[in-house]
Design a protein around this ligand. Structure first.
Ligand SMILES: [Zn+2]
Length: 407
């Protein structure tokens, strides 16, 4: 149990303690909060009053009886704070408005011409979409728009610059600087790599029995494989933010050439378009990857030899990459997300076969392999967790309702 801090920012810390307690425990009386946080009664009373004034807590009006005395309870007002989440994929931007409950309240997909030269088509579409999302969020006059998370399929530096995206064919875009003149609203924008956010979400969702010190998240989408590395609940970024980029672990040095400049990268064997291309003889358009992955699962279930052989190759590639990562970081768990979760039944066989052979020498050397809890929404869940944590860590970023100018 956390104890009250005796520091200069004691008020902020204790306010965070109280809000976090109610967010985790649900509807609570002031006495419940006092017992759980160790704060004295007067502090709890004044902090609860502060959080009520900010609209972060509400009094549902229920009375609970503790030792014969009825007490008023408070609960988290999930609708008070909303965040915008924008996901960039080749040719489209997916936008959502999410509140503290994690439920998307509004969503929209906008397409852009990915064949257009440079980044202007993407930036214009993104700016229009973000402003439309802001309008949707602000339609609830009591909702405070906390910030915007932009999820990109590329490496990111300084929470703003996408240094390189092979999927988008773009590099060195400073989203904060380049979007600012195009936006009508003052978006507080943070840019994250999709795999890193997915890794964060999946780490927090692992059951306590697994709860590893080191976890790798590996996911595949239409064009390739991404991922992230989490050490003790913290993203490990590495020197330049590249850590956990498992898609470009080399699994066959004589394999085909990869857009990253290497040969035989994992992404060439596990990306959905690449898998479908090997089975059908011609890769589908990335926009048809969803349909292609469903078809692959159906063919594998029907025992189609060609499909099973391609998936066995893909499983060997995955096993090789997991082995490399395990030797380097002593992984406790590997979580397979995106389309990899769909193909899990066929991919795991080679991974487990390698595990069995290694375990003969060192029984401790092998991570648990799990399917992603959030399916293909791990990155968006990670974005929501990031925004939620910003409020729980410092509830005073949300202004009091009375001082808040309704839009
Ligand atoms: Zn590569």
């Amino acid at each position: 149990m956390a104890s009250p801090a005796d520091t200069a920012d004691v008020r902020r810390h204790n306010t965070s303690l109280v809000l976090r307690q109610v967010a985790e425990a649900g509807v609570s009386s002031r006495a419940d909060i006092r017992r759980a946080t160790g704060l004295v009664s007067g502090s709890v009373t004044s902090i609860v009053a502060d959080l009520l004034s900010r609209g972060l807590l509400v009094e549902p009006g229920d009375l609970v009886s503790t030792r014969g005395r009825p007490q008023r309870v408070v609960g988290l007002n999930s609708r008070r704070v909303v965040g915008l989440v924008a996901t960039v994929v080749p040719g489209a931007v997916e936008l959502e408005v999410t509140d503290l409950s994690g439920q998307p309240r509004w969503s929209r997909r906008r397409t852009y011409d990915e064949r257009a030269h440079g980044s202007s088509a993407l930036l214009t579409t993104l700016a229009e979409g973000l402003d439309e999302a802001w309008d949707a969020a602000a339609a609830d006059r009591n909702a405070y728009v906390l910030g915007t998370v932009l999820i990109v399929p590329g490496t990111v530096a300084a929470d703003s610059v996408m240094t390189d995206s092979i999927d988008l064919g773009l590099r060195n875009i400073d989203f904060q600087a380049e979007l600012a003149p195009l936006l009508r609203y003052p978006h507080c924008l943070s840019v994250f790599n999709d795999g890193r956010l997915g890794a964060l979400a999946e780490y927090q969702a692992l059951p306590p029995a697994v709860s590893p010190h080191v976890m790798a998240y590996v996911f595949s989408g239409p064009l390739g494989v991404g991922g992230g590395l989490v050490l003790d609940n913290q993203l490990f970024r590495g020197q330049h933010g590249l850590a956990g980029e498992v898609g470009h672990v080399v699994v066959d040095k004589d394999g085909p050439e990869c857009a990253c400049g290497a040969r035989g990268c994992l992404t060439l064997y596990l990306g959905t378009v690449a898998l479908a291309g090997r089975v059908f003889g011609m890769p589908p358009e990335p926009s048809a990857a969803g349909e292609a992955s469903r078809l692959l699962v159906a063919k594998a279930n029907a025992g189609d030899e060609r499909t099973l052989a391609v998936l066995a190759d893909a499983g060997d590639a995955l096993a090789s990459a997991v082995s490399t990562m395990s030797h380097l970081t002593d992984l406790g768990a590997v979580v397979l997300g995106g389309d990899l979760a769909l193909f899990r039944d066929w991919l795991l066989e080679p991974v487990n076969a390698l595990a069995v052979s290694r375990a003969r020498v060192n029984p401790r050397f092998w991570p648990k392999v799990e399917a992603a809890r959030f399916g293909d929404r791990s990155p968006q869940t990670g974005a929501w967790l990031t925004l939620r944590e910003r409020v729980l860590a410092n509830p005073r970023v949300v202004p009091p309702m009375t001082a808040y100018t309704p839009r």
